[in-house]
Design a protein around this ligand. Structure first.
Ligand code: ARG
Length: 468
């Protein structure tokens, strides 16, 4: 970091201080290493703030214009990597203000009139997070689209559906993928919901009490695309609920992604071999030449660790914190940034994986045949056709499964005579219900897995999630 004039004197805290902070303290206290990420929003907020100050005759029009052009120059310097950040200046707010004074002279010293870093930082984070939420929400929509397109191709492909990771009933691959489309749909609505509460502007709450200057907070709110200013200055500077809400919405996204990731890991394992993962999202082993490891999926599976951790970090920082701002709150940034980065990466990597993952129908069918997945259909047949009460039908079906197991046969291939040794009045029609394709196509209840339902669900999902 380049030497600034402040390095020599360290007068950022003015006359109250006669000595510089300890070197240790300087390192510990500063946030510029990470909060420089907020520079764009910090400048955006400062321009709106000073425009308001000039409209209210708190500063002159010319002063505003000169501050604005200085801030725009700083924005360029930072985006071109030409800005020298200093830990002596603590954070992004002080770094920008100090540079502004260097550029425009003493007018720059008016920038901080009628505000505090406390309302400023809350504003910056809201502005920054809103943009990130929009991006994350859009990438979830893209992922939904990818899943919907896949399910369109495989709307009638039978595969085992599991409970307890034991083969339960046949389902379609399309139906299975659409389950995740629902999860990501709820995730998107949670994000948008928490974004709504980010639409109240903190700026103008000043340090904690408001300000005696005749400011116009509604004007600034309008300029920065907030619906209204916040209501209570003390609440405002101490509030990070919006970040916690975002991080808990992200935690749910991470949970959903990790479940899909785990399924991909299981499905692509040698033992299952239900899908072939795209090579580009796998790695080899440095020792075992035959290996192809699902690293991207495994990383997505692991990300909830840090994403939940970040949520717990911020909740713990805020718990028990007395009104209003405390330096504790500077600890909000790294977890917020880390969550954004990792949730974004997880979503786009998952999208990349899903796009080119192909099922292996033959292996899905073999697993189905091993698992007696039409046993429930058989029990239902006994109820519907032979008027046997369900519990008895369940018992008889269990015996038939045991028989199939002894004969090392699938239910589909079990001869009628064998079935009749247990249910004497079963006739040929029973063989139909044992067929996997028939089982799947019989699940026509709303939300069920029958291929024709899946086609309808796809149409519906496109309307619900992809329009607009
Ligand atoms: N860097 C600080 C933070 O992120 C900005 C607010 C500092 N306010 C203060 N009164 N020290 O929380």
């Amino acid at each position: 970091m380049k030497k600034s004039s402040l390095d020599k004197q360290n007068k950022i805290w003015g006359g109250r201080f006669s000595s510089s902070p300890d070197k240790l303290m300087e390192e510990f206290n500063s946030s510029i290493q990470f909060d420089q990420l907020l520079y764009f929003e910090d400048i955006e907020g400062s321009i709106a703030h000073t425009e308001m100050l000039s409209k209210q005759n708190i500063i002159s029009k010319n002063e505003f214009l000169s501050i604005k052009s200085g801030l725009e120059q700083i924005r360029k310097e930072i985006s071109n990597n030409e800005f020298n950040f200093s830990t002596k200046l603590e954070d992004i707010h002080m770094n920008i203000e100090n540079r502004l004074v260097e550029i425009v002279g003493k007018t720059g010293k008016k920038l901080h009139t009628a505000r505090s870093r406390n309302d400023q930082v809350a504003t910056d984070i809201k502005l920054w997070l809103r943009k990130k939420i929009d991006k994350i929400e859009l990438s979830l929509k893209t992922l939904q689209q990818t899943l919907i397109e896949k399910s369109e191709i495989y709307y009638d492909l039978s595969m085992p559906g599991y409970t307890h990771l034991q083969v339960a009933q046949p389902v379609t691959f399309g139906h299975h993928l659409l389950a995740y489309v629902e999860m990501f749909g709820r995730d998107r609505s949670r994000l948008l919901d928490c974004r709504k509460r980010m639409n109240e502007l903190p700026l103008g709450s000043a340090a904690l009490a408001g300000t005696s200057y005749p400011i116009d907070r509604h004007f600034v709110a309008d300029r920065l695309d907030f619906i209204k200013p916040t209501e209570n200055s003390m609440d405002t500077v101490s509030d990070r609920d919006f970040a916690i809400e975002f991080m808990s919405a992200s935690s749910l996204i991470a949970i959903h992604l990790s479940r899909l990731a785990e399924e991909l890991v299981i499905w692509s394992s040698d033992s299952f071999n239900f899908v072939k993962l795209p090579e580009k999202f796998t790695t080899g082993s440095s020792i075992m030449p035959q290996k192809r490891n699902p690293d991207a999926a495994e990383l997505i599976r692991a990300k909830p660790g840090r994403i939940f951790g970040n949520l717990i970090t911020l909740m713990t920082v805020l718990k028990g914190l007395p009104m209003t701002y405390g330096k504790d709150m500077q600890e909000d940034k790294e977890p917020i940034f880390d969550t954004v980065r990792n949730i974004e990466l997880s979503i786009i990597n998952m999208d990349g994986i899903i796009r080119e993952t192909e099922p292996i129908p033959k292996n899905m069918m073999e697993a189905l045949q091993r698992g007696y997945p039409t046993a429930t259909d058989l029990a239902d047949y006994l109820v519907k056709n032979l008027k046997i009460p369900f519990r008895d039908a369940h018992h008889l079906t269990g015996k038939i499964v045991l028989l199939a197991e002894k004969k090392q046969s699938s239910l589909e291939d079990l001869p009628l005579e064998d079935i009749q040794t247990i249910v004497p009045n079963a006739d040929l029609t029973v063989l139909d219900v044992l067929k996997i394709a028939n089982s799947v196509s019989s699940k026509i209840s709303y939300g069920g897995t029958a291929p024709k339902n899946v086609l309808k669900a796809i149409k519906n999902a496109k309307k619900r999630f992809l329009k607009g």
